[in-house]
Design a binder for this molecule. Structure first.
Ligand SMILES: Nc1ncnc2c1ncn2[C@@H]1O[C@H](COP(=O)(O)OP(=O)(O)O)[C@@H](O)[C@H]1O
Ligand SMILES: O=P(O)(O)OC[C@H](O)CO
Length: 482
């Protein structure tokens, strides 16, 4: 009987389950969207019940008798507080995009705490990460710090709890590494940080490597082991087979997350993040990460709010039809700016509008803003001593846009590659489960199956690139000065 692997990919806007064969081919996919709640400006919540229900439903839809192991990957940083006796969340999950703790982060920065936090966690003091969200939840829910029935964790641990019927409360080091409570060097929850945010350690999950025996699930008519768990951006790094130092991938989903495999941890001087990449057997690697909060969500905004398009794919033809000298610059700070600026309270703006600005110009300028932000990340990586990669591997919904991929190659002056498999994130989780089940001997055995699907070479003359980038920098500086 052929061996198959099931990946659960719990994302910001939808839950997906994909069944793969061992060559990494997706055999069946199920996807369900769920509601986004915006209770106040800058606040973003999910109903964790809906997250679990959509996850279970999609996994049931694609499950087969040949699935040997399950891998879980998830939107990172988002936190759930739930009751261990019922499995029910006691508050909506607070999502990674949520900015409600911006003032607390500013206060901690003013107290001079950022170097300590950065030294231990590799993260900067920003509401993006889980610690201040957890503190907010524990302050909001009465007696939460005394109630031993409660458990807290990122989405991976909440799903694992449900899959194992409430038996296992565990996470993996890539997810733990985004909480701002985990010392990524000592590889343990950190007492000083737990005390700073007033979080009892018993509320938190146990931390494991990415390939481990996370527990068994009986929810599919037989017992199936869960052998891989990993945050979604690190999953994409694995799915893109970036196993060598210096290899880089960038995923363009709701946000854009660029990770460079650095092997050993590199302390960033350029406001990038140092983050666990993967721990597979005796292979342990770290990454430098640039996190941009808005990428595909800007395309969604063009579709749902400005109603300039009916479908994201239309942006390709519209961008092609727009004038190159449209003169518009979009600063996509809809939820503040992430790396390397970390400006939680900045908001978006559009510069250079004239009476002949068209819908196509706005669409093109929005796509350009995402490519320019990517360039800011590669410049930051260079400032941190990284050598220019031979190619950038891209994935995520926006990577389907060929015009955008060519623009990226031009703006970065680097070849851009898109793999044959579109489901890179889920594939990474499946790969880890497959290694755990002994279906791949190691990461390299899986990595040999990676295949390029398309490649774009830089074509734009250097002078044109410089003009575009000079303009972007000037407008961005003005926006940052606000
Ligand atoms: N052809 C396209 N051009 C530009 N953006 C696209 C295209 N196709 C999808 N997108 C954008 O990609 C995003 C979906 O990507 P996906 O990787 O599924 O995101 P996530 O996992 O964050 O939910 C959406 O925001 C959508 O607007
Ligand atoms: O759900 P995605 O794909 O937008 O990814 C979210 C990231 O993990 C946030 O850090």
């Amino acid at each position: 009987m052929p061996a198959e692997l099931l990946a659960i990919d719990q994302g910001t806007t939808s839950s997906r389950a994909i069944r793969f064969d061992l060559d990494g081919r997706p055999l069946q996919t199920a996807q369900r969207e769920f509601a986004q709640h915006y209770p106040r400006p800058g606040w973003v919540e999910h109903d964790a019940n809906e997250i679990w229900e959509t996850t279970l439903a999609t996994a049931r839809e694609v499950m087969s008798d040949d699935v040997k192991a399950i891998g879980i990957t998830n939107q990172r940083e988002t936190v759930v507080l739930w009751d261990r006796t019922t499995g029910k969340p006691v508050h909506n999950a607070i999502v990674w995009q949520d900015r409600r703790t911006a003032d607390l982060c500013d206060a901690l920065k003013a107290d001079g705490l950022e170097p300590m936090v950065q030294g231990k966690t590799g993260l900067v003091l920003d509401p993006y990460f889980s610690a201040t969200k957890i503190k907010w939840l524990l302050d909001a829910v009465p007696n939460a710090r005394e109630n031993r029935d409660l458990a807290i964790g990122t989405i991976d641990s909440f799903l694992l709890w449900h899959l194992t019927g409430g038996k296992v409360h565990a996470t993996d080091w890539t997810n733990a590494g985004r909480t701002m409570l985990y010392d990524i060097h000592a590889r343990a929850w950190d007492a000083e940080l737990l005390s700073l945010f007033d979080i009892p350690e018993w509320l938190l999950p146990k931390v494991r490597d990415n390939v481990a025996e996370f527990g068994d699930t009986d929810l599919f008519g037989r017992s199936i082991p869960i052998l891989g768990m990993v945050g979604d951006q690190q999953a994409a790094l694995v799915g893109q087979a970036c196993f060598e130092r210096g290899m880089v991938k960038s995923t363009y989903g709701t946000g854009c997350f660029m990770l460079m495999n650095t092997g050993d941890p590199v302390a960033s001087q350029a406001r990038l993040l140092t983050t666990p990449a993967y721990a597979i057997g005796d292979q342990r690697a770290y990454a430098l990460e640039g996190s941009i909060f808005v990428a595909g969500s800007a395309i969604k905004w063009l579709r749902d709010k400005l109603k300039l398009i009916d479908d994201a794919a239309e942006t390709e033809a519209l961008a092609k039809s727009a004038r190159a000298d449209h003169g518009i610059t979009v600063i996509p700070a809809f939820v503040g700016l992430g790396a390397p600026h970390w400006r939680a309270n900045l908001r978006g703006s559009i510069h250079g509008l004239t009476l002949d600005t068209t819908d196509a110009d706005l669409v093109r300028a929005t796509l350009e803003s995402i490519a320019f932000q990517t360039r800011d990340l590669t410049d930051a990586m260079k400032a941190d001593g990284a050598t220019k990669p031979s190619a950038l591997r891209i994935d995520g919904g926006m990577s389907q846009n060929g015009w955008f991929a060519q623009l990226l190659a031009d703006v970065l002056d680097t070849p851009v590659e898109r793999p044959a498999s579109h489901e890179t994130t889920a594939l990474g989780a499946a790969a880890l489960a497959g290694i755990g089940a002994g279906l791949y001997s190691d990461a390299a055995d899986f990595g040999r199956r990676w295949q390029a699907g398309a490649r774009w070479e830089p074509q734009l003359p250097a002078q044109d690139r410089d003009t575009m980038l000079d303009n972007w920098k000037a407008v961005l500086e003005r926006a940052l000065a606000q």
